[in-house]
Design a protein around this ligand. Structure first.
Ligand code: SF4
Length: 191
């Protein structure tokens, strides 16, 4: 079996272990995908998925009770938040558009922000299995924010563009996306 197929197979086994009953609620399902990838060393999520250790314990107790999971990132990923000057702004943006003010949403926000420190597409950095899962996860947790992405901009680019707009900053070199030479970077396929 090729390495890629082996990784997929292992990931699916983790997912099956995390989903013994087979039916998961939305965030639980996406978390199970991220955890399955994380257990296989994929994505950039660090120890505790980027949460505080107590949050990680609460999340696993809430969604995956009784299932043994590592706490340290099997990939060894360490994220340098000191280079993320926009961290609080990103958290506040997501909080502002959250569907609910719950610990579950707080966990999802912290995980998404951690993923934003990666250098791949956000869905890959989070360890999701497909871009469509990220789209669904953002629409579910932050419906009004996700609905603003009417042209299906790449999600990481979209979030950062929201931050720029909120601050009145324009980093774009073109007056509009339609005439911009960077269009493929912002809107091209995210696969
Ligand atoms: S396509 Fe160009 S103008 Fe549009 S967001 Fe990207 S960089 Fe800015």
């Amino acid at each position: 079996m090729s390495t890629v197929l082996q990784l997929k197979d292992n990931r699916e086994q983790h997912y099956a272990r995390l989903s013994p009953e087979g039916s998961l609620i939305p965030n639980q399902k996406w978390l199970a995908c991220m955890l399955a990838s994380w257990c296989e060393g994929q994505g950039v999520l660090p120890d505790y998925l980027g949460l505080e250790s107590e949050q990680f314990t609460a999340l696993t107790a809430c969604f995956f009770p009784g299932i043994a999971l590592p706490e340290r990132a099997p990939s060894g990923s360490v994220l340098d938040y000191s280079r993320m000057l926009e961290k609080e702004d990103l958290i506040n943006l997501l909080k502002q558009y959250s569907k609910a003010d719950t610990p579950e949403t707080t966990w999802m926000i912290a995980i998404i922000v951690a993923g934003c420190l990666g250098s791949d597409h956000l869905w890959q950095d989070l360890g999701l299995w497909q871009r469509s899962q990220l789209s669904a996860m953002l629409h579910y947790n932050f419906p009004k924010l996700a609905a603003k992405n009417t042209k299906d901009m790449k999600w990481k680019k979209f979030l950062y563009k929201q931050l720029c707009e909120a601050e009145g900053i324009t980093l774009c070199r073109a007056p509009s996306c339609e005439v911009c030479i960077d269009y493929p970077n912002c809107f091209g396929a995210e696969e």
